[in-house]
Design a protein around this ligand. Structure first.
Ligand code: ATR
Length: 293
């Protein structure tokens, strides 16, 4: 029950009505009996700076930041975690109130999206010394590619419709992670490239919106004959849960990681940053699945 001591967490985005985070986060808070509430905040781009200042004034303890604010919010924060800074996007803010609620406020930004994807995959297999292929080179791909490239993998391939965009992502990875000793390839995502890269990959992550509601009849980016039994296949799309790619992966008897798992684990990581407490994964997963329907 909300009372005078209830602390506030939330998510800021535009639009925000579709968010599944309140269901998942509030279930976690309730199950641990924490006197917190997690709320959705509809914040338009021209209101972001005021919203962050307002959050500080209101004593808000933590925020998730979603589309379209993940990049713009960086300039409004005091500190940015090094991975979030390399990715150029923040999805989690921790508000640290020095000397209690009336004192100075320190804001620190993190990016838990790539971590969410990695942890979802690592439920099935460790990526250490493995080859990972990523389709897409947008914002989600960037967060995932940085996290994965930083995880002692052996080889990374990035395939994208727009070749230049994939090349620029790989340049970014090489510049920022110069000390890493991994093979990074870049390719167009044509059928021959997919076939070649997937044949010896251990993990395949599709970060494109192909198959996302309402385009559920989109042809999968890779059909079953390009996939194999030892391949972990993750589609980051979670509406619907059974995307065209996930269906093809099941046909190929591949190891399936559904898209909602990334959403779950990015939320778990945010929860743990704000509360410095292990998150109740089972309860949060159950609530998320319930909200997804
Ligand atoms: P997000 O920030 O959510 O990752 P994004 O930045 O729009 O979204 O990136 C989407 C990625 O999916 C891009 O790499 C895009 O390819 P282009 O760079 O060629 O635009 C890719 N993508 C989107 N729709 C696609 C489609 N129908 N077929 C193949 N790739 C697609």
């Amino acid at each position: 029950m909300v009372d005078g001591k209830t602390e506030i967490l939330g998510v800021m985005g535009d639009p925000i009505k579709h968010t599944f985070s309140p269901a998942m986060q509030n279930a976690g808070l309730e199950s641990l009996n924490l006197n917190y509430i997690y709320l959705p905040f509809h914040v338009k781009p021209n209101g972001l700076s005021q919203a962050i200042e307002g959050a500080k004034a209101l004593g808000i303890k933590g925020l998730n930041i979603t589309i379209p604010h993940k990049t713009d919010v960086i300039g409004l924060l005091d500190e940015i975690d090094s991975l979030a800074s390399m990715i150029g996007a923040v999805n989690t803010i921790q508000f640290i109130y020095e000397d209690g609620d009336g004192g100075n406020v320190l804001t620190k930004g993190y990016n838990t999206d790539g971590y969410g994807c990695l942890r979802a995959i690592e439920e099935e297999t460790s990526v250490k010394n493995k080859k990972v292929t990523i389709a897409g080179a947008g914002g989600a791909s960037k967060a995932i590619a940085f996290q994965i490239a930083n995880s002692e993998i052996n080889e990374l391939s990035i395939l994208n419709r727009n070749f230049n965009k994939a090349e620029s992502l790989v340049d970014d990875l090489k510049t920022n992670l110069a000390k890493l000793d991994i093979d990074i390839n870049v390719d167009a995502y044509e059928i021959d490239c997919l076939k070649r890269e997937l044949s010896d990959s251990d993990v395949f992550i599709d970060t494109t919106p192909i198959g996302m509601y309402p385009n559920v009849d989109d042809k999968a980016i890779a059909s079953a004959n390009l996939l194999h039994e030892d391949l972990v296949v993750n589609d980051i799309v979670y509406t619907p849960m059974e995307t065209s790619l996930i269906k093809e992966a099941r046909k190929a008897n591949a190891i399936v990681v559904p898209g909602y798992k990334m959403l779950l684990y990015q939320g778990i990581s945010s929860f743990e940053i704000w509360l410095s407490h292990e998150a109740p994964i089972e309860e949060m997963e159950k609530a998320l699945l319930g909200a997804l329907g």
